[in-house]
Write a protein that binds this ligand. Structure first.
Ligand code: VGL
Ligand code: ZN
Length: 202
């Protein structure tokens, strides 16, 4: 068992990011047994859930003429336009049925503001709107984080980067994550998180 100052953060293991989903990540469901096993080691387990309204600005379908996976400019910077995914209350937004959700102490939802995407579990993509996760972990005395889930190069990496900036010791377990890898995003995510002090573990 890990110490009470450690938490496992399980990022977005939802149907839409698994094979058959709207924004399927190759092998997304293959990581679930390892994540379930890891949960038993931690006295603090947090799940995140991508949770968008249907009119979310990150959906290509809400930008007439825009193709999925193209880039647009938002007031807060560049934004990938995604296929419609993880719409609140739909089956695609539900956790994968193989994921153990009972061990979780907190489920943090993100991406529910129509105008701002939120890759990170800590801050939305404007880099200032907080999700509240940092306050929760701080109040529980958590200082060391292990990150797993989907997708390595988006929500996991952005969460790891913000966590490192907030002063947590951060390990990303690569074998318990899977990547989208869009235009070199995985290499870029590795580079930026390593530079911030995130440890990548196989
Ligand atoms: C994610 C793209 C859009 C993720 C969420 O969970 O990595 N990626 N929304
Ligand atoms: Zn999303």
């Amino acid at each position: 068992m890990r110490g009470t100052d450690e938490a496992l953060i399980v990022i977005d293991v939802q149907n839409d990011f698994c094979p058959g989903g709207a924004l399927a990540v190759a092998g997304g469901d293959a990581i679930i047994p390892r994540i379930n096993a890891l949960m038993a080691e931690f006295s603090c387990v947090v799940l995140t859930q991508d949770w968008h309204p249907a009119d979310h600005a990150s959906f290509a379908a809400n930008h007439p003429g825009a193709a999925p996976f193209s880039l647009t400019e938002m007031p807060y910077g560049p934004q990938v336009l995604w296929p419609t995914h993880c719409v609140q209350s739909t089956a695609g937004a539900a956790f994968h049925s193989a994921l153990h959700t009972d061990p979780a102490h907190l489920v943090i939802r993100k991406g529910f503001h129509a105008g701002i995407d939120s890759y990170s579990a800590f801050f939305e993509n404007d880099k200032t709107t907080a999700t509240g996760l940092h306050g929760y972990l701080a109040e529980r005395g958590v200082k060391t984080l292990t990150l797993v889930g989907l997708a390595t190069d988006y929500c996991v990496a952005y969460s790891a980067l913000d966590a490192a900036k907030l002063g947590y010791r951060v390990t990303l377990v690569e074998g318990a994550c899977r990547a989208i890898d869009l235009n070199g995003s995985l290499a870029e995510a590795r580079k930026s998180t390593l530079a911030a002090g995130v440890v990548w573990q196989a």
